[in-house]
Write a new protein. Structure first.
Length: 254
């Protein structure tokens, strides 16, 4: 080796920014005692990690993991904020679509010059895009404008949203009562129809015409008159369920 300084790899500003942004995020989220930040370990296709709600026992002060999470994409920029305090950042449409598959989800951007951590909910960006005149789905990138700082109010909102979503998911577990966004091919055994099932074609058709997205349709009749069996056959009909996702059909106990 020749005398003097050896040639060494240069530390990329991108890597420095990634480390700084993740460190800032951990300071804010984990420093609040409300969340644990979990980094995506490998094969990151557009999700950098998740934040998990931490439950604290008010009596013992102990903290507990909940597995109630929201997924995030973390960006950083060396740009200065605009005069109105906002920052615009380009996001790939593929990344935006990818993040949508696991709600609730949000974007974070760390502004290096001001050391601010800004965020936006994925769904807020989506509703904003729906109001645009152009077809953003045909674009390759989106320009997303950030302005909201991750402060205590934002952290409280994040926690409420994550807990609320988790509670709703728990209510949608497969069961014989309410069925939402359901697919007939994964009907639970308790709802599989008993065959044969004859002379109820008109009633099944009536269910198909009256069941709409988000509807709740009571099925009235005498006890042991076949109300549950009627619903079972209707739900098992994949063709009937496909255009009517999120419908809810429940046999009455009367």
């Amino acid at each position: 080796m020749a005398h003097g300084k050896p040639k060494l790899p240069e530390i990329s500003p991108t890597h420095t920014g990634e480390s700084s942004s993740l460190r800032a995020m951990r300071e804010v989220f984990e420093g609040s005692g409300m969340f644990t930040v979990r980094k995506e370990a490998e094969k990151d296709y557009g999700v950098d990690g998740s934040v998990e709600v931490v439950l604290q026992d008010s009596i013992t002060g102990k903290h507990f993991a909940t597995n109630r999470r929201a997924y995030f994409q973390l960006k950083h920029t060396s740009k200065e904020p605009s005069d109105d305090g906002t920052i615009a950042y380009p996001v790939a449409v593929t990344n935006f679509n990818y993040l949508s598959q696991q709600p609730p989800a949000f974007y974070l951007i760390y502004v290096i010059s001001t050391r601010q951590l800004l965020f936006r909910w994925w769904q807020d960006i989506y509703h904003e895009l729906l109001g645009r005149s152009d077809d953003w789905t045909e674009q390759t990138t989106l320009s997303i404008r950030f302005h909201r700082t991750v402060d205590r109010e934002a952290l409280d909102e994040l926690k409420i949203e994550i807990n609320s979503h988790a509670e709703q998911v728990l209510q949608l577990q497969d069961g014989p009562s309410f069925v939402r966004d359901f697919c007939g091919t994964r009907l639970p055994k308790s709802m599989l129809p008993d065959k044969p099932f004859v002379d109820r074609i008109e009633e099944t058709k009536a269910l198909a015409t009256r069941t709409t997205r988000g509807s709740i349709l009571p099925i009235l009749g005498l006890p042991e008159s076949g109300k549950t069996e009627l619903v079972r056959h209707y739900l098992a009909d994949v063709a009937a369920m496909k255009p009517r996702a999120s419908a809810c059909v429940a046999p009455s106990l009367s």
